[in-house]
Write a protein that binds this ligand. Sequence first.
Ligand code: BEZ
Ligand code: FE
Length: 289
Amino acid sequence: MRDLTSDTITEAVISTMRDTKDSRLAEIMESLVRHVHAFVRDVELTEEEWARGVDFLTRTGQMCTPTRQEFILLSDVLGVTMLVDALSNRRPAEATQNSVLGPFFRDDRPQPPDAADISGGLPGTPLFFEGRVVDREGAPVAGAAVDVWHSDAEGHYDVDVPGRVDPAMRALFRTEETGHFSFRSIRPSSYPIPGDGPVGEIMGATGRSLMRPAHVHLLIEAPGFQRVTTMLFPSDDPYLDADPVFGVKDSLVASYDTYAADSGPRRGPTDQPYTVLRHTFVLELLPAG
Ligand code: BEZ
Ligand code: FE
């Protein structure tokens, strides 16, 4: 292992790992070395570019805190998060598809009764969400845990509304015997992914927009079924075809039906125009065994 050249160094590095006991780790490390070396050869990476890359990754790590995960954001904008999901969760088209989890999920959310108002009193167009969880035969899934969370009318989550500490626009519901759950909130808005760190720099340098289409996040779990991490986007959102984290799927684009205060299925509880969002979520069984 001396006098290695650009032609021999890849095999030399791989040969140093031949005693790896974990066969999956061995497979991953060999492939990683091959692909990184191929990338360096492909672009003929200069020393200056290598140093900039090291600096970028260093600053990405330094940006991470318990509430800010810049590496996951980097994975999101490079399409790696959705690629891993696509490979790990191959579901039939009839089942509800996954999207990204994103950084704003919290497990210290309230568990209000069905139909509760979770808006936290924030201003916005009232949103009435009526959901149903079923299996692939259409039978209701009772007792499913349904986490919901979303942004306000300005695109802020409760964790980044200035001065706001209480959980708002998030809750955990349980489906009824009929598979239904419902809540009232405010209509979310499109918003930019965090752009004040290294990921924002790379997005700017590559001419990409930070704007995500508006959405309501849902995470649905029920015994015996695959967990669904998903979101529903309004069909009229201008950013549907430019999501910086590649989370939009046709089956997750929903009709956010808007009505005048004195018309439609919910006339009465509100004196302003309101939106009704209805969706049926179809769970896929866990593989047997
Ligand atoms: C979100 O939808 O909350 C989100 C997803 C990925 C990156 C940033 C935000
Ligand atoms: Fe989000």
